[in-house]
Design a protein. Structure first.
Length: 251
């Protein structure tokens, strides 16, 4: 049988084109797999030679420093995944299965033994002019407003960098605010492959502990560390039986 001139060459070209396509597809798949692996794998500070900062204070005397308690309290809220709902509550505290971004913060503070409701209310009472967002003082909601938390932490917490590339300065239990007082969260002890800290927050999203500094749509506008060892004791209020009663709807 006589071969048609050029048929062999065309067949070879088709085979080469198919091989190139297969190699290209394999390269794309490998890239996607590597990206996915880097995206989902988390690291600790030790992986990058970063020393984790510990608080000198253990307010609730449970053997865990304040920063560790802030972290575990925020993480408990993330694991619980409360429904995003910012309604007003007569007792001040929404139940644990409901909340917004600011609720992550007071729950983190509760876990360390602090009543953020009392602290913010007392601070507003002591200097109302410092809180331009408060037109009528209401202790049952003021501590759940990011704009008020911004003022409170500006006045009493240690201000830190907003540069996310200074990875060693982002420590577990830190507080971070995004946008023009639009959102707030707690810094995690998890990090991405480049050392960026994860953020524990509630914006109604599926993953409440995520790489939000890098992948989030909001700019970091404030970053704090609540170091009770350098704060006047008059500013600090303990979480007590009265707070429990409010939380449980007993008052």
């Amino acid at each position: 049988m006589t071969e048609v001139p050029g048929t062999s060459a065309k067949s070879t070209k088709r085979k080469r084109a198919a091989l190139v396509a297969v190699i290209a597809a394999a390269a794309i798949l490998l890239t996607v797999l590597v990206y996915y692996a880097l995206a989902v794998k988390t690291y600790t500070a030790e992986h990058f030679g970063i020393t984790t900062v510990r608080s000198l204070v253990d307010r609730n005397k449970n053997g865990i420093d304040d920063y560790g308690d802030f972290l575990s309290g925020a993480r408990a809220d993330a694991v619980n995944r409360p429904t995003y709902d910012g309604r007003y509550w007569e007792n001040g505290y929404p139940p644990d299965d409901i909340g917004v971004c600011a609720d992550v913060v007071w729950r983190a503070f509760r876990n360390a033994g602090y009543s953020l409701m009392k602290m913010v209310d007392a601070d507003i009472a002591s200097d109302p002019k410092a809180y331009p967002g408060v037109t009528e003082r209401d202790d049952k909601i003021d501590f759940r407003r990011v704009r008020n938390l911004r003022v409170f932490f500006d006045r009493h917490a240690v201000p830190l960098t907003t540069d996310i590339e200074k990875t060693e300065e982002w420590q577990p239990g830190d507080i971070v605010i995004f946008g023009e007082n639009k959102h707030i969260g707690i810094v995690s002890d998890k990090r991405d492959a480049f050392g960026h800290a994860y953020i524990i927050h509630n914006g109604g999203q599926r993953d409440r502990e995520e790489n939000f500094l890098v992948k989030g749509s909001m700019t970091v506008t404030a970053h704090y560390r609540f170091d009770a060892s350098v704060i006047d004791n008059g500013v600090l209020f303990d979480w007590d039986a009265a707070d429990d009663a409010l939380l449980n709807g007993q008052t």
